[in-house]
Ligand binder design. Structure first.
Ligand code: CA
Length: 205
């Protein structure tokens, strides 16, 4: 049973942040990278076939090897089923060295920025790994709370491209079905009639 206090925190967070919120269903959230606001350091491209949606975002600014927080993309997610989730980035880079031009930064719920990379090049892939304090090969997993959560991505290596991202509950990661799911439903915060209903579902779980 979720606490009343947490419910109110979630409601406040939803009401106070006029942004799109993507709703988790059955342990999966799918978001197109180009669905959120992005600045001119990212370029919307379509030349690498295999993307979905309207295109993909490529980091076209300088390398930010020691400076997270540039061109931050903010993905707000409303979670019904809290627990351990994996971040999977549908990504692409064509650098001849698969360890170059292959990463960005990730931040979950205002925590530390985490270097997040892919070691597959020249094709679209879901390969995603965390590198924390120079320990690479870590699984890209973390806890998501019931209610509102934020996932942030910021640029690191020039030429790294993101088509979409998935958040997948641990129990479902090995299933292939989530890879083909369409983008998750979005809650229009200004149409706040939906908020009490969604919150009630969580309260009654
Ligand atoms: Ca896309």
């Amino acid at each position: 049973m979720i606490s009343i206090k947490l419910l109110f925190i979630s409601l406040f967070a939803l009401i106070s942040q006029p942004e799109k919120v993507f709703v988790e269903r059955d342990g999966v959230v799918i978001i197109q990278a180009e669905s959120v606001e992005y600045d001119s350091q990212w370029v919307l491209e379509t030349k690498a076939e295999g993307y979905t949606g309207e295109g993909y975002l490529t980091w076209n600014s300088k390398n930010r090897f020691n400076k997270p927080g540039s061109g931050t993309l903010v993905f707000q997610v409303f979670v019904h089923n809290p627990g351990t989730y994996y971040l999977q980035l549908h990504n692409f880079h064509d650098h001849p060295n698969r360890t170059e031009s292959n990463d960005l930064y990730t931040r979950i719920n205002e925590g530390d920025w985490i270097k997040t990379y892919s070691h597959i090049n020249k094709r679209w892939t879901w390969h995603t790994g965390f590198d924390i304090n120079h320990v690479w090969g870590l699984l890209p997993k973390f806890e998501l709370n019931a209610g509102l959560n934020s996932i942030q991505l910021s640029g690191r290596s020039k030429g790294f491209s993101i088509d979409k991202l998935a958040l997948v509950v641990a129990e479902k990661l090995s299933m292939e079905t989530w890879k083909a799911q369409p983008e998750s439903e979005q809650v229009d915060i200004k149409n706040h009639e939906i908020i009490p209903a969604e919150a009630l579902k969580i309260l009654n779980k």
